[in-house]
Design a protein around this ligand. Structure first.
Ligand SMILES: [Zn+2]
Length: 445
């Protein structure tokens, strides 16, 4: 029995056996671009683990995160316990550039250019910055545009005399055809409905740029419309319910806005659960050397059980250890007409941070419609699973930039924080998280 115990707690590195396991840095030679890094791992609580002669503080399960400062160049760290020593060389990259990167400048064209969106799902942004909370619309292919200038990798698009926006050059083709810029006519607007959706059909005779603004009223603005003031048609839709997802796109030349009605019954609700990462994408690694993809999948499967027991229809983007692309995950949700898309993750930190000072759950959303769900899920996880409050945040992540469903991403806890790492490996905790999320979803409908 004793022999068996020794075998279980022996980690082989090369030919030596230690009672500690270093999970990060990932190898004994590491390159870091920060003035500090950390050793993450686990050990027997009485192993007497030291790094460069300093005792490493660990929690009761033996998990630790030990921060070390780095000088430029090579930094040597001897990690040792009573069984032996392992040497790590962490090289801090030295920047010898000394230069400042100049930001691109706006260049206005003498003559405007006609252009067209060249691929589906191309974001139009408020600012010429590839990231952050600045998206106005996602355009499908073939929407005509007029550009009046450029800034770095972006074209500036004229919406009307008072409004401009930006599209990445990679999503746009300049065309030598001024029929693109001729205005569209808007002959009528029609409202239709079925049991799940309201549809607003804008009968244009060609595709035009548009912006959808959440709120009550819900506002749709179509640009380049003939006879409209400032060539702009603004349509307001008063809502008598919360938003539960919507989409706007051209079907042939008509613009169709689809707004989901409030769910009549929990049994009509479809939830897509996305277990983050999978297959060759491990995600983060915990102090206990458990891969994030496996923790995400375990919580997701418990959550599917919980939701199904409430009568909610559940689809999972993966239910095994497999690679699934980010857009593919969103497409699965939308193909299944999900009301809610919830992505389950565990958190980590870059070099330079101290994993001991970060704990708890954060929940991300991008579109305001999903903020209340993010808040409900966070407070339920804090209450029922006992996680710390690491806030609701608006973030530009692929899984939450989907308007068709209320789309949120839950970072349940920090895998590289020793105490969160303890929690995340426990199936009891994983089940509590699933219960907490399921309750929040039920209470939000
Ligand atoms: Zn992740």
């Amino acid at each position: 029995m004793k022999k068996f115990f020794v075998l279980l707690t022996c980690f082989f590195i090369g030919n030596s056996c230690f009672s500690f396991e270093i999970v990060y840095p990932k190898s004994t030679k590491a390159l870091v671009n920060a003035d500090s890094t950390f050793f993450i791992g686990n050990s027997g609580p009485d192993s007497g683990l030291k790094i460069n002669g300093n005792s490493v503080k660990m929690n009761k399960s033996g998990a630790f995160a030990y921060v070390v400062n780095l000088k430029p160049g090579d930094n040597i760290f001897d990690v040792e316990d009573k069984n032996g020593k392992q040497t790590y060389v962490v090289t801090r990259k030295i920047s010898n550039c000394g230069c400042t990167i100049s930001s691109p400048k706006f260049v206005k064209y003498n003559v405007v250019k006609n252009a067209v969106v060249s691929k589906d799902n191309s974001p139009m942004r408020e600012t010429p910055i590839d990231g952050g909370i600045n998206r106005l619309s996602h355009f499908q292919k073939d929407i005509p545009l007029v550009v009046d200038g450029e800034n770095g990798d972006f074209y500036r698009v004229i919406l009307n005399d008072n409004s401009k926006a930006w599209l990445a050059k990679r999503d746009v083709t300049i065309v030598d055809d001024n029929s693109f810029s001729t205005p569209a006519t808007l002959s009528y607007i029609e409202h239709k409905e079925d049991k799940d959706f309201d549809y607003y059909i804008f009968a244009t005779n060609k595709k035009v740029p548009y912006v959808i603004k959440e709120g009550n009223p819900f506002v749709v603005t179509l640009y380049n419309i003939e006879y409209a003031e400032d060539m702009t048609h603004t349509f307001e839709i008063p809502l008598n319910h919360k938003l539960y997802g919507y989409s706007g796109s051209f079907e042939k030349d008509k613009f169709v806005l689809k707004i989901r009605k409030a769910p009549r019954d929990i049994k009509n609700v479809k939830v897509t659960i996305d277990a983050g990462h999978g297959g060759s994408e491990y995600g983060a690694i915990s102090c206990h050397n458990i891969k994030e993809k496996d923790i995400n999948l375990a919580i997701s499967k418990y959550l599917a059980q919980e939701l199904r027991s409430l009568g909610i229809h559940v689809v999972m983007t993966r239910d095994s250890d497999q690679d699934v692309g980010l857009q593919e995950r969103v497409n699965i949700a939308n193909k299944n007409d999900a009301t809610i898309l919830i992505s389950i993750h565990g958190n980590a930190l870059p070099d330079g941070a101290d994993p001991n000072s970060f704990r708890g759950t954060s929940v991300y959303y991008y579109y305001p419609q999903a903020k209340f769900l993010a808040e409900n899920v966070l407070s339920s996880l804090n209450k029922i699973a006992g996680t710390q409050n690491d806030k609701v945040r608006q973030g530009s992540l692929a899984l939450v930039r989907n308007t068709n469903a209320l789309s949120i991403l839950v970072e349940v806890g920090y895998l590289i924080n020793p105490d969160d790492s303890d929690l995340l490996k426990s199936s009891e905790f994983q089940k509590k998280c699933a219960k907490a999320i399921a309750k929040a979803i039920r209470d939000s409908l």
